[in-house]
Design a protein around this ligand. Structure first.
Ligand code: TXA
Ligand code: MG
Length: 330
């Protein structure tokens, strides 16, 4: 198992030696390595068992570093970085020459973000290079929002997990690219389309199916527990045959009589979407460790942060019932 601690020197030494270290961010834990080293970037892919055609996000601690790694910055991107950095926003920008192909998987853009976690910002300030970091989970599995989640999934493959406590936001950053000055959303997140539109004046969703394959956050099956997940809009009117009584429920705020209370998790009993986002992955990790025959999950209201939560639920689900009735297809 890995060592879990708060020692920035230890993390620094391992990263400078070309190793990988799990780091906290406000969204999810990342598996970090030197973004300018082919060797370190290679280790990230192997540790996660991630296909090499799936590029990584570069994490920086200061907006001034942005121009070192990108060729040009649209005005819309400047405005978004001023508003949301440090924070859960990743921007796709034309890659500059110091960025290695391993990071971008040969694509013309590089993904950059400034995370809002004091420990990781301090770590970045101590290092002479930026950090490439995908979420610290085996490829395709649920993202980690605590050091314990990382240790359970990757503890036998890495030496050190920098413990920054439970992640404040709980789902991955919103990814935005640019079509000239038009902001294009590639992955939904805590920063909503409306938040972006307020800054840039307009926003659209990426519709390019080719890119959807490249961006794993866009692939139909992702963030998945090992237990089957059935997603529905109405738990009271489920029209499926349950495999047994050994089922779990993942709901927005209510509990239901179809299984024992012990096997039910309400993401936010008071009905708060930000709290639901924060609790989503912890709930999936927990239910997945209970040896259930099935997890039935319920959509959250499809508004604000709920849009990104539903996006993750759809990708986690193996079976979806009556999707059209509950989600505005975007
Ligand atoms: O909140 C987050 O963004 C977390 C924390 C650790 O920062 N990171 C994260 O990384 O979610 P990852 O690798 O699990 O997801 C990044 C997504 C992937 O779907 C990847 O395909 C896409 O970003 N991506 C990265 N670089 C890209 C590029 N150059 N062009 C297009 N898509 C890119
Ligand atoms: Mg990921």
């Amino acid at each position: 198992m890995a060592i879990i601690g708060k020692n920035l020197e230890t993390a620094c030494e391992l990263l400078i030696a070309g190793g990988v270290v799990a780091i906290p961010t406000e969204t999810v834990y990342g598996l970090a390595g030197n973004a300018l080293s082919e060797e370190a970037v290679d280790k990230i892919y192997t540790t996660k068992n991630r296909p090499k055609n799936n590029p990584l996000i570069v994490h920086i601690s200061d907006i001034n570093y942005l121009q070192e790694y990108v060729k040009s910055i649209p005005l819309a991107a400047v405005k978004l970085s001023e508003k949301f950095w440090p924070g859960p926003l990743t921007m796709l920008l034309p890659k500059g020459s110091p960025v290695i192909d391993g990071v971008t998987a040969g694509l013309p853009n590089v993904a950059v973000r400034m995370p809002a976690h004091p420990l990781t910002l301090e770590l970045l300030n101590m290092l002479p290079f930026p950090l490439a970091a995908p979420s610290a989970n085996p490829y395709g599995y649920i993202s980690p929002t605590t050091a314990r989640h990382v240790n359970k999934q990757l503890g036998d493959k890495i030496k050190y997990i920098l413990d920054g406590g439970p992640c404040r936001e709980g789902i991955e950053s919103t990814i935005v690219g640019f079509d000239d000055e038009m902001a294009v959303i590639y992955r939904k997140g805590v920063i909503t389309p409306d938040d972006i539109k307020k800054v840039t004046g307009s926003v659209k969703f990426n519709q390019n199916p080719e890119h959807k394959h490249i961006t794993s956050g866009m692939s139909p099956s992702h963030y998945s527990p090992k237990t089957s997940v059935c997603l529905t809009g109405d738990i009271n009117n489920l029209n499926i045959t349950l495999p047994s009584e050994n089922i779990g429920l993942l709901t927005f705020k209510n509990t239901f009589p179809i299984t024992s209370r012990r096997k039910q998790i309400a993401l936010s009993p008071k009905g708060d979407l930000a709290e639901a986002a924060k609790n989503l992955y912890e709930a999936l990790h927990k239910l997945d460790s209970m040896h259930l025959d099935l997890i039935i999950a319920e959509y959250v209201p499809d508004e604000g942060i709920g849009i990104a939560i539903n996006d993750r639920l759809i990708r986690a689900a193996h079976k979806i019932i009556a999707e059209e009735n509950h989600i505005n297809k975007k």
